[in-house]
Design a protein around this ligand. Structure first.
Ligand code: AMP
Ligand code: MN
Ligand code: MN
Length: 325
């Protein structure tokens, strides 16, 4: 922590970035830190502080300074300090990777068990619900204003599924409680960023559920979304947020798999476990990462092979756990 504060104080240019296809925790942690640094460390604007992220979902744009986020990566700039948030490996930085590679000092704050400790200084807390939870512990409590609290709260509710996933600890709830004291409009943030769905998002959810199949003796549920279907409904990847959670709560399943076709023979795989299966292990095996109960990877090949390869690992893990399939 000392390290991080010293680095921030002594840097005259700072880049903040998170992972590709930013989710609530990624946007929340990046903006919380950006708002904190611009307000307290850079009150006289003598530092350059830039926040790089791929375009963020529309529902997050109410957060303070969301309009300062840029997707135009200045790869010529050499920053004194690069702060990576909610990102488990350098390739996940996307367009910000060249900026990371050129920076004089790099710090990574994260909570992914699969984190590769790729920065100069790494603060990785796999037991934390979210990067926002880790970041909260680094900030001075009295300096957290309502706008910063909103960012942190948003990140926590998105990574915990509104406090329902098993990563929700006593500390998570205590931090959320302190954030509520800062004046966060909790029900509005929960409804408008987490539960509310557009008509098309509901349609694609319905389609995914309708076309899902139960495999491995009902222990695993799989659903696939082709390019054609995504184009038909006119949806972008973030429109599928929540689909995998609905699959996971299917009675009897140990795991859910959602496969989204990105290009011909190229798929984004999301996996969720209800406890017995370690999906991070499987995701890491296929070049991805994540958490024990929520992980993802990108896979190439025929859809048939992708599903077979994933199921082989799941079947092996189930057998090792004494649940023969
Ligand atoms: P998702 O299924 O995309 O919601 O991701 C679940 C978790 O796995 C998140 O914590 C992601 O950061 C992580 N994850 C997803 N895809 C990848 C990937 N291709 N590489 C590394 N981590 C991933
Ligand atoms: Mn994330
Ligand atoms: Mn996260």
């Amino acid at each position: 922590m000392e390290n991080i504060l010293n680095a921030v104080q002594s840097a005259s240019s700072i880049a903040i970035a998170g992972h590709v296809r930013p989710d609530g925790d990624c946007v929340g942690s990046c903006l919380a830190l950006y708002n904190y640094l611009t307000k307290y460390v850079n009150y006289d604007w003598n530092k350059v502080i830039d926040l790089y992220l791929e375009p963020v979902p529309e529902t997050f744009t109410f957060l303070k300074n969301a309009d300062k986020i840029t997707s135009e990566y200045d790869t010529n700039m050499i920053y004194d300090l690069f702060l990576s948030l909610d990102c488990s490996s350098p390739d996940r930085l996307g367009g910000a990777l060249p900026i990371f590679e050129r920076a004089r000092k790099t710090i990574c704050v994260d909570h992914h068990i699969s984190n590769t400790r790729f920065a100069g200084t790494n603060l990785v807390v796999p037991d934390a619900s979210s990067t926002c939870e880790v970041l909260y512990t680094l900030l001075e409590e009295e300096k957290i204003d309502t706008a910063i609290a909103e960012c942190l709260y948003l990140g926590i509710i998105h990574d915990t599924g509104v406090f329902k996933h098993s990563n929700t600890s006593r500390q998570t709830m205590e931090i959320a409680g302190r954030l509520i004291e800062k004046g966060v409009n909790t029900s509005q943030i929960i409804d408008e960023t987490f539960y509310q769905k557009t008509y098309l998002q509901n349609q694609i959810l319905g389609r995914c559920l309708l076309e899902s199949i139960m495999v491995l003796d009902g222990r695993v549920i799989v659903s696939c979304v082709s390019r054609k279907i995504q184009d038909f409904y006119g949806v972008v990847p973030s429109d599928l947020d929540g689909v995998i959670d609905q699959l996971r709560i299917t009675k009897g399943v140990e795991a859910a798999i959602l496969i989204r076709e990105e290009e011909t023979q190229s798929y984004k795989v999301s996996m969720r476990s209800n406890g017995i299966l370690n999906v991070s292990k499987i995701a890491v095996y296929f070049g991805g990462g994540g958490h024990v109960k929520a992980a993802g990877c990108n896979m190439k090949g025929s859809l048939h092979d992708v599903i077979n390869n994933l199921l082989e690992h799941m079947a092996n893990q189930l057998e090792a756990a004494g649940r023969s399939v």
